[in-house]
Ligand binder design. Sequence first.
Ligand code: ADP
Ligand code: MG
Length: 614
Amino acid sequence: MDKEQRATTARLAITAILAGTAAACPMPAPAHILLYLAAYAVIGADIIYKALRNIPRGRIFDENFLMAAATCGAIALGEYPEAVAVMALYQLGEMLSDIAVGRSRASISALMEIRPDTAVIEVPRGSTRQMPPTDVPIGSMAIVSPGEKIPLDGTIISGTTDIDASALTGESQPYAAAPGDKVLGGCINLTGAIRIKTTAQYADTTAAKILEMVENAETGKAHTEKAVTRLARRYTPIVVAAAVLLAVLPPLAGAGSWEQWLHRALVFLVISCPCALVISVPLAFFAGIGGAARKGILFKGSTHIETMAKARAVAFDKTGTLTYGRFSVTAIHPETVSEEQLLELAALAESRSVHPVALSLRAAYSGTQGQDAVSDLHEHPGEGIEATIGGKHIYAGNERLMARAGVVPRQCSCTGTIIHISVDGTYMGHIAVADTPKPQSAQAIGRLREKGIHTVMLTGDKDSVAAAVAAATGIKEYHAGLMPDQKARFVAALAQQPATTPVAFVGDGINDAPVLKTADAGIAMGAAGSAAAIAAADIVLLNDDPLQVDTAIDTARKTMRIVRQNIILALAVKSALLAAGACGIAGMWAAVFADVGVTLAAVLNSLRAMRTAC
Ligand code: ADP
Ligand code: MG
């Protein structure tokens, strides 16, 4: 409980004593009224103040106004106990939902405890200094003791350890790390002392990007969320107008006393308070986003929850998404040079690329790379690399790139992705690299199919490789040889057809940015470590598991179910009570109990969204 909540509790207690005394002790009428008015002032003064304060600001018809109008009306009618009770119950309900919201926020931010507090940095003369991670320049040496949080993204220079990345990726198993391995800020260093060389400033670390994303998640509001706010804004004036009519018309028509109808109109006002929706719908989205974040699924806003809940098609990129994206060289077929020379050419050309193919070629080449000789590097997305090395013009990539280079590549019967290499217009040979499908891919495709969601694989790789991966993962439809813009057009076409819209695209974020943007929901996979993918996508899956796509859909559907339940519950109870109130069946007490009850039920229901379906 915070200070404000404690103060409300104290005021509720005082009100209870004052009103209780008034109700229980026999006393002259004026003393009686004074006690009730004092009780009312203690519990209701701030609501009246807020209602009055909001009028010049143009926010006339908010819940404060409804409560103030209803209770002041009750006092005018001489129904003092009702006025006090309505205010007290309203305040109690507000406080309880405040506590619930506060709890959920606290538990989400606790789970997002990835913000490093301090970094221990080596300074000259062999000593160390503690400083805030935000002040640490790139390339600093940081010492991380066992049990400490890694302050910034970096590479291990010395020491071996186990690393717990669960707060970042949702992966519960720690993994072993040794010199040369990359580590992410925000992970916990479990067992050994390590020295790391930082590779990013704080603002560019994965942890900072994730926090930024979670903190901004509220700006990408879902249609439902916006609709509720709009509804509340329009609906309250309508309700007030209806209440005025209810108070005036029947007595004018001679259907009862003014007092009787004024009382009914006030009850009507209390019932119509839209708090249940205004509080619970945003909370459900917030809880859904928070629950998903715990599992390493980051929704950039509630609008993406809405889209994912309705997704009818999911298009997958192949490399790095359905497959590991860790290629290994399986064959080297040079024309005139030696195998080692061909590999050197390829490794040099790929020296700056982050494409999985490039990483594998560099890893296979054991010689030292004279990077200084490389100039004019250009990556053709979906094709390969064009580079000038030591004055020679080199192309390394697929058949499309060879067409661009104007050379005719030799056909190869090897399985796997073939990287052809040409130098100054002469074909030099090719290198075959192969990748393996992730074991979870087939399961993920199977689960999506069970949900009736259409799945398709889009790849820039050649047909034979695509066919093998499609067979291994059980994906029925695939399209090979696509350039990134063709993938985008394909996804746009899916988004046009009623049977496959909305469409989600899942990619690894390397050269997929246009497709991620085109899809109704762009999902970047395995993005822990890639700030660029976090920027391009709507949804980020922090670990490499394709099953997360299915979990994201389950979470989104569950959240939307809760939102719908809350809307139906609130509208049903409210409309039944409105009718009852208008007919004079439900009194002020019933009205306020129903309002507080529905709000609390909806808030508690919303919190369920934090527990993701899995
Ligand atoms: P995917 O759709 O499977 O993710 P990409 O669109 O990234 O594949 O690339 C398609 C094809 O383009 C690759 O299979 C490869 O033949 C070629 N390619 C792309 N980038 C490179 C590179 N850096 N080096 C060599 N070949 C590349
Ligand atoms: Mg790719």
